[in-house]
Structures are given as C-alpha cells and as structure tokens.
Write a protein that binds this ligand. Structure first.
Ligand SMILES: Nc1ncnc2c1ncn2[C@@H]1O[C@H](COP(=O)(O)OP(=O)(O)OP(=O)(O)O)[C@@H](O)[C@H]1O
Length: 324
C-alpha cells in the first residue's frame, strides 16, 4: 500500500494550445480505491499514466510514499505498480500461468514461489488452477481474460494498482460480476487503487473516493455519498444524476447509511447484505411489516437500516434544520 501525491502537476502536450491537465493537486491515501471520472478528453488517462511515468508532467511533482518519482528509475517504479488496461494485453503465446508469472520471473523469484503464487492468484480471481493454468488466452472468455490481467498485475504484490477502464469492453452482466469481484478482492488486499472510468454507476459502486475531472481540472474530490449529497456545481450534479432520487438510492450501498446495532433487537427482522443498494433496502422495508432491517456482512449482523435513515440520506437538509 502506498500514498500518491500530486503537487501542482501540469501537462501540456507538444503543439497543444491548451493544457491537458492544469495545476492538479491531489492526495490518494494508502489503501484507498480512487476513481478518476469524467467525459472523454477531460484528462483522466493522462493523470493516471503519470503515476507510472508512461507520461511525464510538464511541471509539478508526483510523490509515491513521499519520494519524487522523477528520482526513481522508470522500470523499477513500474515493477512496484500493477497496471490493468481495457484490452488486457495478455501474451497470446503464453499460457495463463506463464502470463501471471511474467513480473515475478523478471524479479528473479524462485520457481516454487512463482508456482504457488500462480495458484494463489488463480484462486483469488476464482478460476480453478487445475482447469485454467495451462490454457492459452484464446481458450478463455473475455471476462476470464480480464481476471487473468488483474492477477498478472497483482502478481508481485504491488502497493499501487492502476486500472484504465478495465471493464470497458465487457458486457453489462459480466461487468457487474467483475465489479463485485473487485470489491471482494479489495476488501482482502487493501491496495491503493487508481481506476479510470467514464461510467458513473461503476464509479459510485466501486470507489472510496471519486475525483471528478472537467477540462483538465479536478472539480470535486470526495466520497460517493458526499458527492451525491453536496455536488459542488451543476456540472457535477448533472454528471452524477444527483437529482434523480430513486437512481441515487440504487447507487449507494446499504453499508454507507448504516445505523449502529442496538443492544437488543428482534432476531426475526428481515436481513439485508451490507453490499446491497438502498433501493433494494427500500423495497425490502416496504415488503416487510417492520420499519427496520437487520444489516449483515458474512452472515453477521453489523447494523440496522431504517426508513428514517433512507429519508435522512435523501433529505439531509431536513435533519440539518431540525438540529439548528
Ligand atoms: N499524446 C497526445 N498528444 C497530444 N494531445 C494528447 C495526447 N494524449 C492526449 N491528448 C489530449 O489531452 C487531453 C486529455 O486526454 P486523456 O486521454 O487524458 O483524456 P481521457 O479523459 O482519458 O479521455 P478518454 O476517456 O477519451 O480516454 C485530450 O484533449 C487529448 O486530446
């Protein structure tokens, strides 16, 4: 896990008349899942590729764990940073196992350690090692290839993962499955992740924090919940569709509006998984005879979801007025 800090970073491409990125200052804390979100051409990819020095800034400084990345050898730097792109880029003449082993081999790991790491990663991405180890990229599906790309990027246990629209070319159903997997893997590994997307739903679903870009600047940088509740301006509100209340409910996980578990509660309450969204929660509340649900994670109760909490989430101003 690593911290990434941009200090007054600018990028003007040769012959360009305007800056692709203008004076970016941004801190990505260790273990955070940060999404760069914005329309085509706003500078997301440029910003991300500066972290592994595929693109160099025109001015400003980028620190990785406090060290200026300009002072680090670019190849060494890239070995500490996992990189996943949309078109996976698996080597077609190598098996799944050989693809995953690329960076550990470069780093000179002993053979036995590489073999056990391959099995460990295949299990993590839920591909049976016995079945998939020896297949070639042409013999697996697009979604499976994307998972192998993720395993390859994770192979040498990098502190930082850069993900450039990794699920962009995948059908909607597989995409949702891969997003769920990503959340599960992140709960286990706590990597510092920088993830580029122009898909608002994907961003709200996955991110701890979202940096919203517009024409080379960061307009707002906050948690999904705060962005939806307090969009900085009309651009952010429209991009996120913050005005559509039911849509907002479907984009927020129950765990974000959890109330503490009381000392005693009715054990027969209907339960809901913390990763489900508030719209599911509302539907279940309306279908049950109680005004509260028991929120569970790994089958353990962790809190409550009430109608009042959903109302308070949608209308924070009412609560604020009451407390004045
Ligand atoms: N190599 C380059 N030379 C000149 N201009 C470039 C280059 N790469 C990107 N740009 C310009 O810089 C701006 C930001 O591009 P960037 O690729 O970072 O945007 P993006 O938000 O990632 O877009 P997309 O979602 O379409 O990939 C755009 O105006 C783009 O045209």
């Amino acid at each position: 896990m690593s911290t990434i800090e941009f200090q007054h970073v600018r990028k003007i491409y040769p012959k360009a008349t305007t800056a692709a990125l203008a004076d970016i200052s941004l801190t990505i804390n260790r273990g955070e899942f940060v999404i760069l979100l914005g329309p085509s051409g706003c500078g997301k990819t440029t910003l991300m590729k500066m972290i592994n020095r595929l693109i160099e800034p025109s001015s400003g400084t980028i620190l990785l764990d406090g060290v200026d990345i300009q002072t680090v050898n670019a190849t060494k730097l890239r070995q500490q940073i996992g990189y996943v792109i949309q078109q996976v880029g698996l080597f077609p003449h190598m098996t799944v196992a050989e693809n995953i082993a690329v960076v550990p081999k470069l780093l000179g790991w002993p053979k036995a350690k590489i073999q056990s790491r391959i099995d460990e990663l295949l299990s993590l991405i839920q591909l049976d090692p016995a079945q998939f180890r020896h297949r070639y990229p042409a013999q697996i599906s697009g979604g499976q290839a994307q998972r192998v790309g993720l395993a390859r990027a994770l192979a040498a246990d990098p502190g930082v993962m850069l993900m450039d629209e990794p699920f962009g070319a995948i059908d909607a159903i597989t995409r949702t499955i891969l997003q769920d997997e990503m959340l599960r893997i992140q709960q286990q590994l706590h990597k510092t992740i920088v993830f580029v997307t122009h898909d608002v739903e994907e961003a709200l679903r996955l991110a701890d924090k979202i940096a919203i870009l517009h024409e080379g600047t960061i307009v707002q940088y906050d948690t999904p919940l705060n962005l939806l509740r307090n969009p900085a301006n009309q651009y952010v509100a429209e991009l996120l569709g913050a005005d559509d209340l039911l849509r907002r409910l479907s984009l927020i996980q129950v765990r974000h509006v959890l109330q503490p578990l009381p000392k005693s509660y009715v054990a027969s309450l209907t339960t809901i998984e913390s990763s489900h969204n508030l719209r599911d929660g509302l539907n279940q509340l309306l279908a049950s005879s109680n005004d509260q649900l028991l929120v569970v994670e790994h089958n353990q109760p962790i809190g409550m979801l009430s109608l009042a909490a959903i109302h308070a989430y949608l209308h924070p101003e009412v609560i604020n007025e009451r407390h004045r």
